[in-house]
Write a protein that binds this ligand. Structure first.
Ligand code: AHR
Length: 320
């Protein structure tokens, strides 16, 4: 996104914040599931934001399955909800169901993940971070941290086919391109979960001489990093020192790990996608204001220099 577009989007998002919301509105939210601490926080923040505005929020938990999301959207359309929020588990395969919502005049807002479609009239707006940028920030941090030292990197990818997994890989690859001392030696999905992050890291460690050949771990989310940290410790190595750890989300547990010297950096993803989404929807319903196609949330890098213990305390009660 160009800087100018970002500024316009930010200004519009700010102006929506003051608009009156049609209380009594019903919004159906097709949520992916509860794969990560970040996801749990997004669900609870969405409930809080709905309650503040007097919105009747109906949440359908898809348990990581696109087919469940398709069913949920069709059921929301049949119920005649006023709007649908969709956090799409994967990027492809949404056109038909979104056509049905459009034909029923029900606006759809994408939350935290994007979709691949040739027809962007199928959704009103997408409230997401720049996930390519997040990967780039993580990669740039690592480039600076290792300097000229040779560094074998292992990568834990998010859910296959999801927009953050695709984009966070792309951004990281871009950031390390041209730094020939940095090489991704193993990459595999850990599906954004702690359990799989640990499992896959165990296999990376085994394959790379008990971890001696690994200099850094890049995980597409903090939960996989936290699982991997456990695997690194069980292999007798020191995460954060023997193997550098950089990931994305900024959940409380990664701040604990950073404070303990067991992780090195994280890129923040706000769990509050719903606030800007409700505000955009209110302005659209109340005054016909069409929001920008992308309402971008901020992505900030945190390291040991950003008061990780304080960040842990500030976030621990937020539903993560
Ligand atoms: O779409 C956002 C990603 O989904 C978060 O980074 C990850 O933790 C979650 O599962």
């Amino acid at each position: 996104m160009k800087i100018k577009t970002f500024l316009v989007a930010t200004a519009l998002a700010a102006s929506f914040a003051g608009s009156a919301f049609a209380a009594g509105m019903t919004v159906g939210f097709s949520q992916i599931g509860s794969e990560s601490g970040w996801r749990a926080a997004e669900t609870s923040v969405t409930k809080q934001e709905a309650e503040k505005r007097g919105v009747d929020l109906k949440i359908a938990d898809a348990q990581q399955k696109q087919e469940n999301q398709l069913k949920a959207i069709r059921s929301f359309v049949a119920q005649g909800v006023d709007a649908i929020f969709l956090a799409p588990v994967v990027a492809t395969g949404w056109d038909d169901v979104l056509e049905e919502a459009k034909d029923a005049d029900i606006p759809v807002i994408l939350l935290d993940r994007t979709i691949d479609t040739a027809d962007d009239s199928l959704y009103l707006t997408a409230v997401t971070s720049d996930t390519v940028h997040e990967g780039r920030v993580a990669g740039e941090w690592l480039v600076n941290a290792v300097g000229d030292k040779p560094c074998n990197v292992v990568e834990l990818q998010g859910t296959v086919g999801s927009s953050p997994a695709i984009n966070r890989k792309k951004g990281f690859d871009e950031a390390i391109a041209g730094h020939d001392n940095l090489k991704i030696v193993r990459t595999q999905t850990g599906d954004f979960t702690r359990t799989k992050g640990k499992e896959v890291m165990e296999s990376f460690l085994k394959a790379e001489d008990g971890g001696k050949n690994i200099c850094a771990l890049y995980a597409h989310n903090d939960d996989m990093a936290v699982g991997a940290i456990q695997a690194i410790k069980e292999a007798g190595l020191k995460p954060g020192t023997d193997i550098l750890v950089v990931s994305i989300d900024a959940v409380p547990d990664i701040f604990k790990a950073i404070a303990d010297g067991e992780a090195n950096a994280t890129v923040e993803l706000t769990p509050n996608m719903a606030g800007p989404a409700f505000d955009a929807l209110a302005a659209f319903k109340d005054a016909g204001t069409v929001p920008p196609k992308w309402i971008q949330t901020e992505s900030k890098l945190y390291t040991k220099d950003n008061d990780p213990s304080g960040e842990y305390e500030r976030r621990k009660g937020l539903g993560y």
